[in-house]
Write a protein that binds this ligand. Structure first.
Ligand SMILES: NC(=O)c1ccc[n+]([C@@H]2O[C@H](COP(=O)([O-])OP(=O)(O)OC[C@H]3O[C@@H](n4cnc5c(N)ncnc54)[C@H](OP(=O)(O)O)[C@@H]3O)[C@@H](O)[C@H]2O)c1
Ligand SMILES: *[C@@H]1O[C@H](CO)[C@@H](O)[C@H](O)[C@H]1NC(C)=O
Length: 325
């Protein structure tokens, strides 16, 4: 009975969605700021924004990497009027972030889009982390996202426009062995994004939470150095994606006003399973969620059991090698 009502509505809205072009906002001539824009996903986003005619400013610490990235972004420009600039700043230092964002608002142009990509991961089981590493992960990923947002939101509200992107991770939706510190900090970004969404919605400001899967970047290479075997085995299923793919989806989703940005069928399943009290995006999505959430929990349980077994096998293997020593 339930399905008889919901399915036709879904089919109609689905067709409507296909026919009516998603009105994607343009960033041509707009000022786009990308933190972590000197490497990996952030650099790919900056290059893509330049290809769309935006004036792009990248923020990161290392000046050499910034200069190299700036050259690459300049090459992607489509007209001679585009302004590409760089700022060397630690995003976890509030005063420095605020001063620099104010300055580029004056010297370049008012900021239209803030894309937070600065971040880093260190893996390990909880007792292995040094306190310094724990603080670093919190500072860069959490404060380093909150601070640029806090600094720019008053201007966005004044102008009644703007788009904010926060880059979390697939482990912002589910905990995973070896990600205790990183995952919990990325969970925090979801709370930030959902709260911010409500705060800025009346002003016409957009908020998007990007949930990248494993992506082939210098940051990922670095993360692998500390990754336990268990974590590698658990995340194997997801495959490895290209930063350009993640960047394109991030821009498309942010510019069409989506709250979550994810890639591929598996991420769609996980995001739907974890939809919780996140903003309502469309009638189509909502009806789909109402229908499939129950069955998805069953699929989720299958994976949880599979994960438990992988971890237990590793544990037994380790106990055996310990005994034989
Ligand atoms: N790659 C993946 O598999 C993956 C998966 C899920 C989520 N993510 C997330 O996606 C984002 C980008 O990751 P990525 O793999 O592209 O990393 P990446 O290649 O290591 O690039 C990180 C960027 O952030 C900058 N950065 C780091 N700490 C900073 C700080 N304190 N202040 C200012 N800038 C800082 C880096 O430049 P400097 O070091 O010079 O400052 C660099 O430009 C991160 O938030 C990451 O957690 C990545
Ligand atoms: C930004 O870029 C466009 C070109 O894409 C240009 O027309 C515009 O005037 C630029 N400058 C400012 C300050 O917005």
């Amino acid at each position: 009975m339930f399905l008889f009502v919901l399915l036709p509505v879904m089919i109609v809205t689905g067709i409507y969605k296909l026919i009516v072009k998603n009105n994607r906002k343009s960033i041509e001539g707009k000022h786009v700021v990308v933190t972590g824009g000197s490497s990996g996903i952030g650099k790919a986003v900056a290059v893509m924004a330049a290809k769309e005619g935006a004036n792009v400013t990248i923020l990161a610490r290392n000046l050499e990497k910034l200069t190299e990235a700036e050259e690459e972004i300049k090459k992607a420009c489509i007209n001679n009027d585009q302004i590409i600039s760089k700022v060397s700043v630690d995003v976890s230092n509030y005063e420095a972030v605020e001063n620099n964002l104010c300055e580029i608002e004056e010297t370049v142009a008012p900021i239209y889009m803030l894309i937070n990509c600065a971040g880093m991961a260190i893996c390990g089981v909880v007792e292995e982390y040094t306190i310094a590493d724990i603080k670093k992960i919190i500072d860069v990923n959490y404060l380093g996202t909150l601070y640029p947002i806090k600094a720019i939101i008053p201007k966005f509200k004044e102008r009644k426009e703007g788009i904010v992107v926060l880059t979390a991770s697939q482990v912002a939706l589910m905990g995973m062995y070896g990600y205790s510190v990183y995952s919990s900090v990325k969970f925090a970004l979801r709370g930030l994004a959902e709260s911010l969404y409500q705060e800025v919605k009346p002003y016409g400001i957009g908020v998007t939470l990007s949930l990248p899967p494993d992506t082939d970047t210098p940051g990922f290479e670095n993360e692998n150095k500390s990754k336990p075997l268990e974590t590698k085995l658990l995340s194997e299923n997801g495959g490895l994606h290209q930063p350009e793919t993640v960047a394109k989806k991030l821009l498309d989703d942010a510019l069409t006003g989506k709250f979550f940005s994810y890639i591929g069928f598996e991420s769609f399943i996980l995001t739907t399973l974890c939809v919780g009290m996140s903003p309502i995006m469309s009638v189509f999505d909502t009806i789909l969620q109402i229908i499939i959430l129950g069955p998805l929990r069953a699929i989720g349980c299958f994976y949880i059991n599979k994960f438990d077994k992988i971890i237990l096998d590793c544990y037994k293997e380790k106990s055996l090698t310990k005994k034989s020593q």
